[in-house]
Design a protein around this ligand. Structure first.
Ligand SMILES: NC(=O)c1ccc[n+]([C@@H]2O[C@H](COP(=O)([O-])OP(=O)(O)OC[C@H]3O[C@@H](n4cnc5c(N)ncnc54)[C@H](O)[C@@H]3O)[C@@H](O)[C@H]2O)c1
Length: 452
């Protein structure tokens, strides 16, 4: 497949990212299509836990060649390249720096599975170099980065798919159809949650130390503030620190809120109000272990609840989504969904004052649907879109909005108050203090093109 790079100045000028307002462009076609049989050559950037899970799905596809593995940890890069060799027989490059791979003419796209603070820069540089992108969720470290990614994808006409793979599970699709069909009645209340008990040790406390010699730690930090190496702030556990990610809210909340926005056909809430803290974990995280977020939509309330100090499940689910309508409820997670019909009642007080009246009959059938995993079809959809040039199932625009709900929850938590959000301009209404939280200053040398 051929590539069509765009130079940095062209992009920076055209995108006008500094204004901060998201441009939701709607052009459906994204370049020339290629025959279905044509090979797709991909490089994996970030060969840690998720990168290797994804690789399992990409290696299943006969039309995909993995031609490079990039990781700032030489062990991760080398071991993952070895895995590809065993599976496919080719010898992918194993390197520390992704930038030279973006100049390779034989690379059609990149899979980005780095920590959240390392999503935006490679994704934008990749589309500017004419590559298509599969980037992990949450879209980015902050809202401005997500806006820049969306604009870059649109400006360059490249595919930018995001790893919110639940959208490719058939039971999530069916559940969304049920909510949208009106069968539940008027849906006015939605709950999402993550509950577990890791108290009191949590991720523990470890002293700063020397970064391992097989790691380019300065580059791992990238746009994040420079600070000494600490194993708790590194592989896998980075997600519990605001310098690199957004805690449970964006790590898991994005999967849950993504489905809610889809089912409600909404771009985002009009307000957010978060409370919480670090109450049960005696560790060195700086993201909360207890959190309650209340979002308002025009005619619906959404709550996200998270606790790490008590594992009592909600109706047997330690995470999930509950849609409540005036006819009944739909309880959903990766294992499947359940429709639970409601019944109407006539309370004693009303009956005493107004007399008896017939109860509204609810005609909703109970149903249980088994779940399936969306990862393989999600990856397949990305590869197909590279050929057909169609917008992917989790296009950057969709996932950016879902990610925004998580950033909103965290910004309200940090400021300790209710905030009012304009979904069209993607900014807080008359609130310079909150708007200052839309972006963070990247470390010198790691500025986004057009944002520096
Ligand atoms: N879609 C899902 O269900 C799902 C599941 C898990 C994780 N994720 C997402 O995947 C991302 C990675 O998470 P993880 O759990 O795999 O973390 P991880 O720490 O296991 O892996 C990240 C890898 O990226 C490497 N890396 C860091 N900076 C780099 C750079 N500049 N260039 C190349 N490599 C770099 C690290 O060395 C590490 O090997 C996160 O954004 C996370 O939210 C998504």
């Amino acid at each position: 497949m051929t590539t069509d790079p765009m130079n940095r100045r062209e992009f920076a000028g055209a995108a006008g990212i500094a204004a901060g307002a998201a441009v939701m462009l709607g052009a459906p076609a994204i370049g020339k299509s290629a025959p279905a049989s044509e090979k797709v050559r991909l490089v994996l950037i970030g060969a840690g836990s998720r990168g290797n899970q994804l690789l399992g799905s990409f290696l299943e596809l006969p039309e995909v060649d993995i031609v490079g593995i990039v990781d700032v940890d030489d062990h991760h890069a080398g071991e993952t390249a070895e895995r590809v060799k065993k599976a496919k027989g080719n010898n992918p490059d194993a390197t520390r720096d992704y930038r030279p791979t973006l100049d390779r003419k034989d690379v059609d796209g990149v899979i980005i599975a780095t920590p959240d603070h390392w999503h935006a820069l490679p994704a934008i540089q990749a589309v500017m170099a004419g590559k298509d992108v599969y980037v992990e969720k949450p879209v980015a470290h902050n809202i401005a980065e997500g806006q820049a990614m969306l604009q870059a994808a649109r400006k360059t006409n490249r595919v930018m798919a995001v790893g919110t793979q639940q959208r490719s599970s058939s039971h999530f699709q069916k559940a969304v159809e049920v909510v949208r069909s009106g069968a539940l009645g008027k849906v006015f209340w939605v709950q999402t949650w993550n509950y577990e008990n890791i108290s009191p040790t949590g991720i523990g406390k470890f002293p700063d130390g020397e970064a391992p010699s097989h790691v380019d730690y300065e580059r791992w930090l990238g746009p994040a503030p420079l600070r000494p190496f600490n194993p708790n702030r590194f592989h896998l556990l980075f997600r519990w620190f605001f310098d690199y990610a957004g805690g449970m809210m964006s790590d898991w909340g994005v999967h849950l809120n993504d489905i809610v926005l889809w089912a409600l056909d909404a771009k985002g809430p009009r307000s957010v109000d978060t409370t919480g803290g670090i109450f049960t974990s005696d560790d060195n995280r700086d993201t909360p272990d207890t959190m309650q977020v209340v979002y308002e939509f025009p005619e619906c309330v959404l709550t996200y609840s998270m606790r790490k100090g008590n594992g009592l499940k909600f109706n047997g689910h330690d995470y999930g989504i509950l849609f409540c309508g005036t006819n009944g409820s739909l309880l959903l997670d990766r294992s499947g969904f359940e429709i639970i019909p409601d019944h109407t009642v006539l309370p004693y007080g009303i009956r005493m004052v107004q007399g008896d009246r017939p109860l509204r009959k609810i005609d909703l059938k109970a149903e249980k649907v088994k779940g399936d995993d969306g990862q393989d079809p999600h990856v397949k959809n990305f590869v197909e879109c590279m050929k057909t040039r169609a917008r992917p199932t989790s296009d950057i625009e969709i996932a950016h909005r879902s990610t925004n709900t998580c950033h909103l929850g965290n910004i309200s938590y940090k400021l300790g108050r209710k905030l009012f959000w304009d979904v069209e301009t993607e900014s807080f209404k008359n609130d310079p203090e909150a708007n200052a939280q839309l972006r963070r200053e990247p470390r010198k040398g790691y500025e986004l093109p057009g944002m520096g």
